[in-house]
Design a protein around this ligand. Structure first.
Ligand code: SF4
Length: 374
């Protein structure tokens, strides 16, 4: 029997893993979305030793080790601690929900602001677990506008702005005032969340921000970075956000570090492109247009396999495709050109919408879909 999708309302972490069909899912939140090559190799080793051998890359640029047995949680925590990847306090791990524009360089405004925020975590109020922050200060324009974050520090036309998610305009800040202003906005948010509105965008839809907090526009969004070589190294895609730990360990040879992005890709610092067998190494790879959650048998809410179908359909579908194990649509929150939604062992088809939207067709058999004729 398929279990209906549940909205858990909390984010799993290393201390508080989520139970899945294949075992615990242990989430690791690398600071500034970067691991040294040594940390990354150590994480691969943990995934191979205690997990399924695969590492998930989340849409908040975090990593997840899947398939950990209950009894192995302690050794995994010890391993993460030895690598410097564990917070000293679970409370701070939960608050360190920070997205950062991934092409920062040490000492630039993005890195300085991220460090400053990490130093002030204790001053943030208690907020719903999914509330997150973005430091998105690249001079080329914001890169994270499509990513989940409730309070954002961005570049405006004439300097930094602090912007509430859901508000088109932000508040002028300087590097010195940005973090105190962010904490002030977080306190405002804590005062305005309700059981029905637990994220900033839904809060500002009903509660107006103070007028001087919404009077400056952000710069136009930057172009999405493409898979390939960049000044900092090789930007490599992970199909469906899944990374083979053995292949990653091999690809780390000669790199200084590993940067994570919220776009199912990672950057091998100072390296060339790895072999394409396990990764997406070409910017026109059709898999880049496809989202698919783990589906069955890994998720109890799924009655259908998702990723095998997604791979088969990738070269046949024009535009974006989302294959979802159920109507919750974990792999993609925004609309896709085509969405296939699993239900009772078959698929419903949504066009130009999200997994929870009304389907155009229902009861499509997976075998028939393999041909791409729908
Ligand atoms: S969308 Fe996929 S991963 Fe999310 S609950 Fe449904 S089947 Fe599970």
């Amino acid at each position: 029997m398929t279990v209906p999708p549940t909205v858990k309302g909390w984010c799993p972490g290393a201390y508080r893993p989520m139970m899945s069909v294949d075992g615990l899912v242990v989430r690791v939140r690398p600071r500034l979305a970067r691991l040294t090559a040594l940390q990354a190799a150590g994480l691969c080793d943990i995934a191979l030793r205690y997990g399924s051998g695969y590492i998930d890359l989340t849409n908040r640029a975090n990593l997840q080790i899947r398939g950990v047995a209950d009894a192995d949680h302690e050794p995994v925590l010890a391993g993460l601690n030895a690598l410097g990847l564990l917070d000293s306090d679970p409370k701070f791990e939960a608050r360190r929900n920070l997205l950062i524009a991934p092409f920062w360089v040490e000492g630039d405004v993005t890195a300085r602001l991220a460090h400053a925020l990490l130093d002030r975590l204790a001053d943030l109020p208690d907020l719903p677990a999914k509330i997150g922050f973005a430091i998105d200060c690249d001079l080329a324009g914001p890169q994270l506008t499509q990513c989940s974050a409730d309070i954002r520090i961005e570049q405006g036309e004439t300097g930094l702005i602090l912007r509430a998610d859901g508000a088109a305009l932000g508040r002028a800040v300087t590097e010195k005032t940005a973090i105190p202003a962010l904490i002030e906005m977080a306190n405002w948010l804590a005062d305005h969340v309700t059981p029905q509105a637990r994220r900033m965008a839904s809060v500002v839809a009903h509660a107006p921000l103070p007028p001087d907090w919404a009077n400056l526009p952000p710069r136009a969004p930057a172009r999405a970075p493409k898979i390939g070589l960049h000044p900092l190294g090789a930007l490599v895609g992970a199909p469906f956000g899944q990374i083979d730990a053995r292949a990653l360990a091999k690809a780390l040879t000669g790199t200084a570090g590993l940067r994570l992005t919220p776009w199912r890709s990672f950057l091998l610092e100072g390296a060339g492109m790895p072999a394409p067998e396990e990764f997406i190494t070409a910017p026109d790879d059709p898999l880049l247009r496809i989202d698919a959650c783990p589906g069955a048998p890994l998720c109890p809410s799924a009655s259908v396999e998702t990723r095998r179908l997604a791979r088969a359909l990738a070269p046949k579908v024009q535009g974006s495709l989302h294959v979802s194990g159920c109507a919750k649509g974990c792999a993609r929150a925004r609309a896709a050109d085509v969405t296939l939604v699993g239900r009772s062992g078959k698929f419903d088809l949504v066009q130009g919408g999200c997994a929870g939207d009304r389907p155009l067709k229902t009861g499509l058999h997976p075998q028939d879909l393999m041909t791409g004729a729908f």
